[in-house]
Design a protein around this ligand. Structure first.
Ligand code: P6P
Length: 335
């Protein structure tokens, strides 16, 4: 029996006695924007939407036209949801404050990476959208403020991602487990396909860009060697799998078990990934599926207090036993 995303969200609304459908509407609007972006991603090779837009994003990275398109679509859809008063986007320097009376009465804010992994667009590698939803702390009826977005990951009300791959899936949590929905293009609906996802407590996949090996801290180098040692008892050597698209690497490890590491390096003391709209939402999802997410130095990602919208954090995420093992190398200062 097909259960669509909309039906599932409404069914689960009973889990939120205080919510009067606002979160439901918000999640549904995210689903709508995802379908619009999916349509363009799927034909990216055919229309003039590929290639470099003539703009750069806030980090000076050349924006692919699909980045800009996705950013616009999610902003417009969230603006019209009437439940969201503002967003923080990887593609925007500052928060986008919605000015209409309707939007100012929204109870939620959204931090989003509209199209993560966009450097993979032209080579047809899976890319994704990542989002985190918070209850605003500024006064309802007023304009959103930065402080609404600088909340710890533990304050997330919901988090999810859309992966535009061999099929398009939306995976999300509202704090009561993780569920995955596959887009059925023939009916234009996300349909429940992965109920109550649980990440294996151990796995044999490690994901890290070993091209940066010489820049890694010693502890990370030692953990990589640990993964490569021959020890059938502990299922080693592990398999190395790295796509270079966070959503794709994360999604594979979520389903099969594994660890993804983007550590600090000699040239990037906080690593590369963004706390607000990459690490925190993925940390919420992985914890809700029984996994673990830390900063590679003993701190739970979701406990970190953000200081700025685009701040980065080292990121160790995946199967609980594997993240704990990797952290052991740091604790024992083996590195
Ligand atoms: P590197 C893509 O640009 C991204 O932000 C993530 O999706 C991905 O995990 C990471 O960067 C890859 O970075 O330095 O290994 O190419």
């Amino acid at each position: 029996m097909i259960i669509t995303l909309n039906e599932f969200i409404i069914e689960r609304q009973v889990d939120f006695p205080y919510a009067k459908g606002e979160l439901t509407r918000l999640l549904n609007h995210i689903g709508i924007a995802a379908k619009i972006v999916n349509r363009e991603v799927n034909k990216a090779g055919l229309v003039d939407i590929l290639g470099i837009a003539d703009t750069n994003n806030v980090h000076g990275e050349q924006q692919k036209k699909l980045d800009v398109f996705a950013d616009e679509k999610f902003i417009n859809s969230l603006k019209s949801s009437a439940e969201c008063c503002g967003i923080a986007s990887e593609e925007e320097q500052n928060i986008v404050k919605f000015k209409s009376e309707m939007a100012k009465n929204g109870k939620y804010v959204v931090a989003i990476d509209p199209l993560d992994g966009s450097s993979n667009i032209d080579v047809n590698v899976s890319i994704g959208t990542i989002f985190a939803i918070y209850r605003r702390i500024s006064q309802v009826g007023h304009i959103a403020e930065d402080k609404d977005f600088l909340q710890e990951g533990t304050k997330q009300v919901a988090a999810g991602y859309i992966i535009y791959g061999s099929s398009t899936m939306m995976v999300y949590t509202t704090g009561r487990g993780v569920n995955g929905f596959t887009l059925d293009p023939s009916i234009g609906e996300f349909c429940l396909s992965h109920k109550n996802i649980k990440i294996p407590v151990s796995g044999n996949i490690y994901s890290i860009n070993e091209g940066n090996y010489i820049k890694f801290p010693k502890a990370v180098k030692k953990y990589i060697k640990y993964c490569q040692e021959n020890d059938p008892q502990t299922n080693r050597p592990y398999t190395s799998r790295y796509i270079g698209s966070l959503v794709a690497d994360f999604h594979r490890n979520l389903l099969k078990g594994g660890i993804f590491i983007y550590p600090k390096t000699a040239s990037a003391k906080n690593g590369k990934l963004r706390l607000l709209y990459e690490c925190n939402p993925m940390a919420f999802i992985v914890e809700q599926s029984g996994g673990m997410a830390t900063d590679g130095n003993g701190t739970r990602i979701m406990d970190l207090k953000p200081k700025s919208l685009h701040q980065r954090s080292p990121f160790f995420v995946g199967s609980r036993n594997m993240v704990m093992k990797a952290e052991e190398f740091v604790e024992n200062k083996l590195g």
